[in-house]
Structures are given as C-alpha cells and as structure tokens.
Design a protein around this ligand. Structure first.
Ligand SMILES: [Zn+2]
Length: 329
C-alpha cells in the first residue's frame, strides 16, 4: 500500500448515455492492440468532466468481461477507485502551495512528473496510462515539454488529453494526437435525460436553451437555481437603471462568485433585451440601441472570458453595467 494521500478528492467514474459509445470504441481498439498512443478527446460541455475521464481509464484497465463498463470489483477497478493505480497518472489543476488557491494552468513540473512516470517500468500488465484534464489549461511551457513524449512514445503507454476546447491547445499538440469528439445529445435525447434527472417538464426546454443545448450544463443550472439568480439580477439592474441603487451596491448585492454563472446571467439579460427590442418596429434610435447591445454582448465574451481575477472581474462587470445603463436609459 502506498501511504501518501491523494492530492485531489477521490473521483467516481461515471458516464452518460451519449459518451458511452466512444468508451466502447476505445476498449475495442485496446483489445485489438490498436489504441493510439496519444488521444485528444473534446467534450462539448462546460461541465466538469473528470468523472468521465475516470470512467474511460477504468474501462480501459478493467479486467472483467463486460467491455466498456468498469466492473468496480476487479483489482484494476478497485485501485482506480482508491486513486491508487500504480501505472496511472492524473494531471489536473492543483492548489498553489503558497496561496492554497487553485492554479490557473497546468504547470511544467506536473508534466515533468508525468513524463518521469512514463519512463518507469510498469507494475501491472495493462500498460501505462496518463490523463490530462482540462488539457486546454496546459500553459505554453508545459505544452512544449509534452511534445517529445507525444512524438516518441514509450511502448505500451497511452496519453489521453481530455478538453472542453481543443482549439485552445497549441497546434503542435493537436497535430500529434488522434482527435475524437463527444457531441452533445440531440434535443430529444437531452430532453428525455433532463426529465429523468427530475427537471420539471415545463422547464426542460428553457434550461436547455439557456445552456445552449449543453444538457449537462442545463442540469447544473437547474440545480443551482439559475432562474432565481437571473430574476434577482434583473431586479437589481432595474433599480440601478432607475437610479434607485448605485453601481457598487448593485454589484455587491449580486453575490455571484462563480465567473461562468456571472457571464451567463449577464448574457441572458442582454439576450432578453435584444429579443424584446426585436419585437418592435426598429426606429433609428432602436437600431442604435440594438447595435449597442450586440457590441456589449460580444464584449462580455471577449473580456469576461479571460478574466479569472475576482477584483478585475468586478471592475469589468461595472464597466459593462455602466455602458448598459447608458444604452437603455
Ligand atoms: Zn473491473
């Protein structure tokens, strides 16, 4: 038994209906000894997907006879569940030693450790597997340090890069991997799935459209009561526009700490405004307003997108809100 504690919480493998097919294909390739050495998998969801990565790796390592579904019982599954499989390396965002906050990128030291692991002799028959997730968080130097391993694989080793956005990975990495995509389910399947997850039938399509057809995100938003937050935001925004509240108190009262959610709330608000405007006959003044709102919507995507620093984020939010007020006043 290894004594060191895992650096991240134990991860439960899980898979969704529309992801299973890909897992089956990989297990089949492995059985035929045709599994590519470097695999890049893009998931079209914004929701944390490490448990899918865990499922995939467990399925590849599982010693049972049911291909594609880790049995949970065999030695490999047990070791994976305990985060203790000796030939498996998981590289992800970790807490900074000094600040104890989550790093924004995957550091070169982490990749060096992975590469070192790959050079060691394997302990078990199945071969070595490394999973990097979210791979779009590799920084420039960690991506560069990975290139040689991608080019000159040690035999019997598999490197899986799991990402939400393959476009953010350097082309040098992408060109050295076999790329696969897990698409989101079609609308019918997504609706059925959300209903099964106890989203009320009347709200399913609303959340699905809020999440831009990302079924997992739709569920997450539902669970986080996005709708209530959206309404709260609208109320505060109205007060601010009517001069019943100043900008600083408004931003404070928002109490949204999650950047992704903040972006969604803001975007939804703007999209609603645009939609409402389009119900009118467009006068020159309204056209002007419309183009202003669209510009602002694009701005949210480009500025708030990259901002992980909370103070900066709030400043940018204020900036957007001030422009918005000027537009709709
Ligand atoms: Zn098993």
């Amino acid at each position: 038994m290894k004594s060191e504690t895992p650096v991240f919480e134990l991860i439960q493998p899980s898979v969704l209906e529309w992801q299973q097919n890909l897992v089956n294909q990989f297990v089949e390739l492995k059985q035929q000894q045709k599994l590519p050495h470097a695999i890049l998998i893009e998931l079209r969801t914004a929701v944390d997907s490490r448990s899918f990565g865990w499922h995939l790796v467990s399925a590849l390592l599982c010693q049972s006879e049911t291909p594609g579904k880790p049995c949970g019982q065999c030695q490999a599954c047990q070791l994976m569940l305990a985060n203790n499989y000796p030939d498996f390396t998981f590289t992800t965002l970790v807490d900074n030693d000094k600040t104890h906050k989550l790093n924004k990128d995957i550091k070169i030291d982490q990749i060096r450790r992975l590469i070192h692991q790959f050079t060691l002799t394997r302990n078990l028959q199945a071969g070595k597997i490394a999973l990097i997730y979210p791979a779009e968080k590799l920084n420039k130097s960690s991506a560069n340090s990975l290139l040689k391993t991608l080019e000159e694989p040690s035999s019997g080793s598999t490197l899986i890069l799991l990402t939400h956005n393959a476009g953010r990975l350097p082309i040098t990495i992408r060109s050295r991997c076999q790329k696969w995509v897990v698409e989101n389910p079609n609308e019918k399947l997504a609706e059925e799935w959300l209903t099964k997850q106890s989203v009320p039938t009347g709200q399913v399509s609303e959340y699905l459209s809020l999440a831009r057809k990302d079924a997992q995100l739709a569920l997450q938003l539902f669970q986080q009561e996005f709708k209530q937050q959206q309404d709260h935001f609208s109320t505060l925004l109205n007060k601010y526009i009517l001069n019943q509240m100043d900008i600083v108190s408004m931003v404070k009262s928002l109490k949204i700490t999650d950047n992704e959610k903040l972006r969604l709330v803001l975007k939804t608000e703007l999209q609603n405004m645009i939609y409402n405007l389009l119900q009118n006959e467009l006068t020159i003044a309204l056209k002007h307003k419309l183009s202003g709102l669209i510009t602002l919507l694009t701005k949210i995507d480009s500025t708030l997108q990259t901002e992980d620093n909370n103070l900066n984020l709030l400043l940018q939010l204020e900036d957007v809100l001030i422009s918005l007020k000027q537009l709709v006043k």
